[in-house]
Design a protein around this ligand. Structure first.
Ligand SMILES: *Cc1c(COP(=O)(O)O)cnc(C)c1O
Length: 356
């Protein structure tokens, strides 16, 4: 059975071999203050830089999850104000985290399954949070949204939640200041690691807040993460195994080639969207093509959802549930490097044979 749940996703096919080698080489019990760990840290971060095309001014730190980055970014980069583009449940949780931390948080909220038209950002925002690929709704935001935000608020730091978009998503890293993801979605790895990428503007902002006497969290403040990252280390004992596996899978992605991965993702998305047009009683949940995610495809099938699930499962295909209350009306299909073209061709054939 192939699972299309966005997270945790199917493992990338090389992960079992990497895990066996890791155990053989005693990676899980390596001390994080050793040269061997520093080499692993270095291999993983160098690989990510190349894979994603990160500019040289960016740094990479490891934390526990993407949810942790929501909290740490607000603690380290915001004294008072944050602004959030809310296009679904994950963006909303980031926004709510800011309110829970007693920041002056405001938001622009899109209708469910829609992106944004004209965005009006109140002046004086310190941090603007954008969820590039909303895993709950399958809405992905095009580059024009990021450019418009930067133009309107050049002084604000822009942070992008790209958890379910990467490694596919091509971001203009110079037009934003920070990006983060966790590894159990597009990278096809076991959960338990968050990757936080940030530029010098973020470091300077956090250091300024610290100088002003503002408490930025303790061991995982950005200045603390950053000072250790400069030495290829982490403040606390990290998930060494996960950092190792990420480096290995990034190496595999590099050998396959990011251009190939992107082309395959687009091919598979086109195959599924085309099949949906012909499938009885189903349609893409996201109406406007410009906002349709290529990596998390949401499907509306309110009248015959159970029938469709049974039909697909009989062919070895297990769709992801709709998110939250959409569980009874929608399905989600992750389209990650772990999902092969053959799997997507089979998915399209299976939709074709769904009786009308
Ligand atoms: C899954 C997800 C998260 C949360 O990731 P964790 O690793 O569980 O913290 C955050 N944002 C988006 C867009 C996600 O899809």
């Amino acid at each position: 059975m192939v699972s299309f749940t966005p997270g945790p996703s199917e493992l990338y096919f090389t992960v079992p071999d990497h895990l066996r080698r890791a155990v053989r080489d005693r990676v899980p019990s390596l001390t994080h203050r050793s040269k061997a760990f520093e080499r692993i840290f270095r291999e993983t971060t160098d690989g990510l830089r190349t894979l994603l095309g990160l500019p040289s001014g960016y740094h990479i730190a490891f934390v526990g999850s993407a949810t942790e980055v929501w909290e740490r970014s607000l603690q380290s980069l915001v004294d008072r104000t944050s602004f959030h583009l809310v296009n679904g449940a994950f963006a909303k949780k980031y926004f709510e985290t800011s309110k829970q931390l007693k920041k002056d948080a405001t938001a622009e909220t899109a209708a469910d399954g829609d992106g944004f038209g004209e965005i009006r950002i109140p002046s004086g925002q310190e941090l603007i949070a954008i969820t590039q690929n909303e895993t709950s709704t399958g809405v992905a935001l095009p580059a024009s949204v990021f450019a418009a935000v930067r133009k309107q608020s050049p002084d604000a730091l822009i942070i992008v939640d790209a958890v379910s978009g990467l490694p596919y998503s091509e971001l203009d890293y110079d037009g934003i200041d920070s990006v983060f993801f966790s590894v159990q979605k597009g990278f096809g790895l076991p959960a338990g690691l968050g990757v936080w990428m940030y530029n010098e503007r973020c470091v300077e902002k956090a250091q300024r807040l610290q100088k002003d006497g503002i408490a930025l969290a303790t061991y995982h403040s950005l200045p603390s993460l950053h000072s250790f990252a400069l030495k290829n280390q982490t403040p606390a004992t990290p998930n060494v195994l996960s950092i190792y596996l990420l480096g290995k899978v990034v190496g595999d992605f590099l050998r396959r080639g990011i251009t190939t991965i992107r082309k395959e993702t687009e091919y598979k998305a086109a195959v599924l969207y085309q099949a949906l047009e012909k499938t009885a009683d189903t349609k893409p949940f996201v109406q406007k093509e410009e906002f349709r995610s290529k990596t998390v495809i949401t499907v509306s099938c309110p009248a015959r959802l159970k029938e469709l699930v049974t039909h697909l499962e009989s062919r070895g295909l297990s769709p992801g549930d709709g998110y939250g209350s959409a569980k009874t009306t929608q399905l989600r299909f992750a389209n990650f490097p772990a999902h092969s073209r053959e799997t997507y061709d089979l998915l399209a054939d299976s939709l074709d044979s769904f009786p009308g």
